[in-house]
Design a protein around this ligand. Structure first.
Ligand SMILES: [Zn+2]
Length: 274
């Protein structure tokens, strides 16, 4: 009669058995097919382009996430196999999705005759025919954006705002960096979806990336974000020490953070078509 196996031996048996089934499952799954399926993600729902399916190997269940910056809803799919279920779930939640997306601030597409916010002030968009650089008439609160046709108009307005944002954010960054005795490396201005700014320090220089949408906010908000990113050159975290550096160079930390929390979704609606 064989002696009873020790606890350790039984544990080892289970491990080997587990490995075996793992390996045989691996052999069974047509892995190329699986990787082809994976490469399809992320993709939009054919019937509702506001819905995007995103694959997450780490997720444990299907979930929905409202993305206010892109004005869409992500369906988190935990593994390729869960896709049919995820589609069904998204269909069932259609009413909820509609309520979420309709409660976002209304889209503010760039169109001739419409309005845009520059430094927190309302300006009217005018589209004279032709080419050339946009001109701002501060007295009449009008921005003239020459455009040879209607299709290229939104893109031109957007590029104008990005240029304005870059100018302001560059000046503000140098101003705050100097206060801290730090040097700025590269500044990029993009359409960052989740954050207003980010900063990495390399070889003693701060490389900062900003959202162009800050140009639509009141100046104290743009200034605060620049101060915040520059403060990260001193404290690369959000500790109490970081906030005191931030407050030592900018007086509007609380007011501006509050403004962004309240109006962030509104900034993301600027230029949105739907
Ligand atoms: Zn930060």
């Amino acid at each position: 009669m064989p002696a009873e196996r020790s606890k350790a031996e039984r544990k080892e048996d289970r491990r080997v058995a587990g490995m075996g089934s793992f390996l045989s499952n691996l052999a069974k799954s047509r892995s190329t097919e699986k990787s082809v399926a994976k490469a399809l993600f992320p993709f939009r729902d054919e019937t509702d382009p506001r819905i995007v399916y995103k694959l997450s190997e780490r997720a444990r269940r299907i979930s929905l996430k409202v993305n206010t910056s892109d004005r869409e809803v992500s369906v988190v799919v935990p593994g390729v196999k869960a896709l049919p279920k995820a589609r069904k779930f998204a269909r069932q939640q259609r009413d909820w999705i509609n309520v979420q997306l309709e409660s976002l601030p209304p889209p503010q597409p760039f169109e001739a005759g419409g309005h845009i916010l520059i430094r927190g002030e309302l300006y009217q968009l005018v589209s004279p025919p032709g080419r050339g650089r946009p001109k701002v008439d501060h007295e009449r609160r009008v921005v003239n954006v020459p455009s040879p046709d209607a299709e290229s108009f939104p893109g031109r307005v957007r590029r104008f705002l990005i240029r304005e944002a870059r100018e302001e954010l560059t000046a503000a960054s140098h101003f705050y960096a100097e206060k801290l005795g730090k040097r700025i490396g590269k500044i990029s201005v993009r359409d960052t979806s989740s954050r207003w700014g980010s900063c990495v320090t390399r070889k003693g220089e701060g490389h900062i990336s900003y959202s162009w949408r800050l140009i639509s906010a009141p100046p104290f908000v743009l200034d605060y974000v620049a101060a915040h990113e520059c403060a990260h050159m001193v404290e690369d975290n959000h500790s109490a020490a970081f906030w005191s550096v931030c407050e030592s160079i900018n007086d509007d930390v609380k007011r501006a953070s509050k403004w962004l929390r309240k109006n962030g979704a509104f900034l993301h609606a600027v230029g949105a078509e739907w």
